[in-house]
Design a protein around this ligand. Sequence first.
Ligand code: TXA
Ligand code: MG
Length: 336
Amino acid sequence: MVQVLPVDRRAPEASVVAEAVRVLRAGGLVALPTETVYGLGARALDPAAVARIFAAKGRPTHHPLIAHVTGEAQARSLAASWPERASRLARAFWPGPLTLVVERAPHVPAAVAGGGDSIAVRAPSHPVALAVIAALGEPVAAPSANRYQGLSPTTAGHVVKQLGDAVDLVLDAGECDAGIESTVVDVRGERARVLRPGALDLAELRRVLPEVQARVERVEGERPRVSPGMEARHYAPRARLLLADTRDEAERIAYGLASGGARVGLVTHEARQTSVEHELVLVRTLPHDPHQYARQMYRTLHDLDDAGVDAVVVQGVPNDEAWWAVADRLRRGATK
Ligand code: TXA
Ligand code: MG
């Protein structure tokens, strides 16, 4: 049985932090709360420990991991070069939900970077994650603590459900604040570029880096430039996820499936009561606000999966930059 230790999210107990450090030093896997989602941590500089992360997730080894650090100084120790704009971003947003992709220093094992010559670094703001990294005294590699392509975990229970005994220790600090992964920005090259929209808003990012390149709209027929590991399907529930353009369309699809005998989850985001009433349709209404929605999105999909639905029909979210990260996850979750 995997060991789950409750931990105080504001003032992590020294004994719990010490136990996490002991497991990490022994080459083990520790699932940690961050302010975005739970991460599956291992010593970033230990290729054998990193290999265990890939095995536990069932993730292809060419998908790079994020090295979690205490701050800019530790991040720089992993980078072959550190552009001035990386410092600007780190000063503005760290610790916090921003991941920077920089050139990898030669001493950093290629395995953690999926074999590539770059490395992603992030200083999380969650006191538990920071305390563990600080006590370990080295960076912690941590992807989201879910099976490959599955739903990201926002509670310790979600981690246990998906990874179970593949993890040595889970630190349980309750629900994550943001509920959606960090924003990933490549700061190499001529112009910084968003590789994955996330918990840090584009508007915030532009305040510090007005020239950052971000693609909100996908140009038809053009392949977007994305991170390795940003394949179309990702972040998916077990049930089939169907994305509808409008609430009316979502209701129509949900009702149609239920009439055929399927158990259906219907996820909307408008205050108005849904008109669908069917014993086979479970309705979940999320707040019409991108941050509040993001915070509840994965939990809602986990809950519907746990309820055994065959399909989840989601009302599309506004085509607006503020909703970019949510729209991105829903689109990938809906890809077969
Ligand atoms: O909020 C988060 O970022 C969470 C928490 C645990 O920190 N972590 C997370 O890790 O979402 P993961 O492995 O599930 O997603 C990492 C993302 C992937 O899209 C990956 O392709 C990208 O970051 N990435 C990592 N290293 C990269 C690199 N060297 N170059 C380009 N993209 C990279
Ligand atoms: Mg992930």
